[in-house]
Design a binder for this molecule. Structure first.
Ligand SMILES: [Zn+2]
Length: 421
């Protein structure tokens, strides 16, 4: 074994001298932390921000869960790792392809590289959909661990590198739609830090609470209060704790409380005819209660020959609620996206708007009476970037020169913190 340093996607990472824990607070808009500081309910995060480092970073656009989690664990944008949404359209088959398969991830991960270099690595996610990509190429036969709280009760040594997780964590199997699904991830991280003292941990939460509860809402505050307690315990155990988010979250409802939706497929069908274009909503996943598959970024493929990218852009770009309509080349250049998984046009919504396909394709019944809160656009790509420890001089200068990309969080947490303090 070498010194244990690794090199990935142009970044060299030194072997951590004490545990490094990176937490992705799914949907953790900076507004929750600002509110929590004002309300005095997150003393540990406040201490990190005061004694360590705090900034607002630029996340990956589209501001969805899968692309951002992959950016965080590869230290690179989607143009490199290939995951630019939860779904894309395979033009050859006409099928919408879910992008959670490890075979679609085009990069090695920081986790797998460190594990291969002899470090002990743990990856825990709330939603199982992320688990296989997060655990890609991770050798689970040598003490490394990868599991989801969603399926904590069915972990095996072969599949996850751990078993009897419920006993270890001391919590019952959490419900898929609960704050406990996230708290379980953190509690498991704390127990494993105590038991195994891994070199590197990635803990990825779920955004159920943020989709349902605005900053300052009692449930949101209760959630952040509990997150804060667990972050404090990770720090007390001697870890460098790094907090970021995959994306933020905005209210996407009309003043009357109805979802503020532009059904783009219906608009395009009226203009170009049915079947001529196909709108894909890359936020789509199994968690429809969160967002009804409505987000702030969609892709349009031109299939029938009537609609051209320029005609679509001309039709929609000035519509109220549309922030931008960009052709493939422009959106890929602007946001570092892989062209072979991009549509012919990307349409991005404003802060308080979501874009859907056809109205008939979206089941909004799961949203209930709650106001729709969602993400996906540029307005939700601002995320917290907080470290429990102060930066060394080199990274202080780099941060000051800005802007900071959230996918540099491992770089900052591993290389940017003073050793041994
Ligand atoms: Zn998310």
């Amino acid at each position: 074994m070498s010194s244990g340093n690794i090199l990935l996607n142009g970044v060299s990472y030194r072997r951590p001298t004490r545990p490094v824990v990176v937490v992705c607070i799914d949907g953790g808009d900076p507004a929750y932390i600002e509110q929590g500081i004002r309300d005095g309910i997150i003393p540990n995060i406040a201490r990190f921000m005061h004694n360590g480092f705090s900034a607002i970073a630029d996340g990956t656009v589209p501001s969805f869960t899968c692309p951002n989690n992959m950016s965080l664990i590869t230290g690179a944008p989607p143009a490199v790792h290939g995951i630019s949404g939860n779904y894309y359209l395979d033009v050859a088959t006409g099928e919408a392809v879910v992008m959670t398969g490890p075979e679609l991830l085009r990069s090695r991960t920081i986790l797998a590289e460190f594990a291969a270099a002899g470090a002990k690595v743990v990856s825990i996610t709330a939603k199982d959909k992320l688990r296989k990509q997060l655990g890609k190429d991770l050798d689970l036969t040598r003490g490394n661990i990868s599991f989801s709280s969603e399926y904590a009760n069915r972990c095996t040594m072969q599949e996850n590198g751990i078993k009897d997780v419920l006993e270890l964590v001391g919590m019952p199997q959490p419900d898929m739609y609960s704050m406990e699904l996230s708290l379980f991830v953190l509690e498991a991280g704390i127990r494993l830090l105590e038991r195994d003292r891994p070199d590197l941990m990635f803990l990825s939460l779920t955004d159920f609470i943020q989709h349902k509860h605005a900053p300052g809402d009692p449930v949101a505050n209760q959630f952040y209060c509990q997150l804060d307690d667990k972050f404090g315990r990770l720090r007390e155990l001697g870890a460098v704790v790094a907090l970021t988010a995959d994306h933020g979250m905005n209210d996407k409802s009309t003043p009357a409380g109805k979802p503020n939706v532009i059904f783009l497929q219906d608009i395009l069908d009226r203009e170009f005819g049915k079947g001529d274009t196909r709108v894909i909503c890359p936020i789509t996943d199994a968690f429809v209660k969160h967002h009804g598959a409505l987000g702030g970024f969609v892709r349009v493929w031109c299939l029938g020959g009537r609609a051209t990218p320029q005609a679509i852009i001309g039709l929609v770009k000035d519509m109220p609620g549309i922030a931008a309509a960009l052709d493939k080349e422009t959106v890929c250049r602007k946001f570092d996206l892989p062209p072979d998984r991009e549509g012919d046009v990307a349409v991005i919504g404003g802060a308080n708007v979501v874009i859907g396909a056809a109205a008939a394709e979206h089941d909004l019944s799961g949203l209930g009476d709650a106001r729709l809160r969602s993400h996906g656009g540029v307005t939700e790509a601002r995320v917290p970037f907080i470290l429990s420890h102060p930066l060394n001089e080199k990274y202080r200068q780099r941060a000051a020169a800005g802007p900071i990309k959230s996918h540099h969080i491992f770089d900052y947490a591993i290389n940017g913190v003073e050793a041994g303090r």
